[in-house]
Ligand binder design. Structure first.
Ligand code: GRG
Length: 304
């Protein structure tokens, strides 16, 4: 079975909506509530994971898988795994010990809607479920491919990736002297590593050539930085009503960001240049990569 998720691959909005529906249906099934008192942690996981986010990372998995003729079932499994893991990072990032945020995806954060202990457990549950999904035979018939996915996601999300980036970010609250190189490294770890996994997952599932994998990693690196610059711009210039999350926190904390160093116009230009560079990395894929080209533009034009 090839990836038939998109009826009209030229229209990004249709493809994005299709993938949100498909990913949410799997998450809904995976998080079916049990009868016992542990149902509370399922409630908190459902609250966080089924809240209206963009589902950008799963979309990248599906669009990347499309390049290599990966089956829809396999691609969806990897797409769901990364969304579960991403949601865990948001739930934990919002906790009082970290960003202490009240609003996420247009709703009260998980610890506000439940309590801190339930939010910590919901994050733990989402993180571990992500790996259970990748290890499931439904993800790929070849166990070596499943192990490669598990290892790649663990690297991207762990101390040499997202968790390490988050540590640097927390320390940066007390060290306002970060230069552009240090911020770029921080963001490559904190958000870039997971975006890179999302872009590479289809290539792993499709056993793609080294050249194709290299091109997708290049695309992901440029896209990840452009995404983060756009996020900094939204934090500096957006409203909570538009973005659905607390804004202005970087400036309030006196944190060095791409916007504080480059200025809003400089940051916008840099994000645009990165998007064009990301699109250039896709030259070898022809029309099949059109959705990846369009989503790169969407990443810097988005308002949430
Ligand atoms: C707690 C280990 C741990 C890590 C947290 C990802 C992260 C690290 C923190 C999130 C805080 C933040 C605002 C990061 C900037 C970029 C980012 C990941 C934004 C949120 O991702 P979106 O915009 O969110 O894709 P949706 O809600 O659409 O999924």
């Amino acid at each position: 079975m090839t990836n038939t998720l998109w009826t009209d691959p030229t229209r990004l909005s249709v493809a994005l909506a299709d993938s949100v529906r498909a990913v949410d249906a799997v998450i809904d099934r995976l998080l079916a509530k049990p009868d016992g008192p542990e149902a509370r942690v399922f409630d908190a996981m459902r609250y966080a994971a089924l809240a209206p986010g963009k589902r950008l990372r799963p979309f990248l998995v599906l669009a990347g898988s499309h390049l290599f003729g990966v089956s829809q079932r396999s691609a969806l499994q990897a797409a769901v795994a990364i969304e579960l893991l991403h949601t865990y990072s948001l739930v934990h990032d919002d906790l009082p010990a970290m960003d202490d945020s009240d609003l996420r995806r247009g709703r009260p954060t998980c610890h506000k809607a439940f309590d801190e202990a339930a939010a910590i457990l919901a994050g733990d549950g989402l993180l571990t479920l992500a790996f259970e999904v990748l290890a499931d035979p439904d993800t790929h018939g070849d166990p070596a491919v499943r192990i490669e996915l598990v290892a790649a996601l663990a690297r991207a999300a762990g101390p040499a990736g997202m968790v390490g980036g988050q540590m640097i970010d927390l320390l940066a609250e007390h060290d306002h002297s970060l230069d552009i190189g240090a911020i770029t490294r921080l963001q490559r770890l904190k958000t870039g590593a997971l975006i890179a996994f999302a872009c590479e997952a289809g290539a792993i599932l499709g056993k793609a050539s080294v050249e194709h994998r290299r091109a997708l990693i290049g695309y992901a690196h440029d896209l990840g930085l452009a995404f983060q610059i756009a996020d900094d711009l939204l934090d500096a210039e957006g409203t909570a009503a538009e973005t659905g999350k607390s804004v202005g926190q970087d400036a309030e904390a006196g944190k060095a960001t791409f916007v504080s160093i480059l200025g809003p116009d400089g940051a916008r230009k840099q994000a645009q240049a990165l998007v064009e560079q990301a699109i250039g990395q896709l030259d070898g894929f022809g029309e099949a990569a059109d959705l990846l080209r369009q989503v790169a533009r969407f990443v810097v034009e988005r308002k949430s």
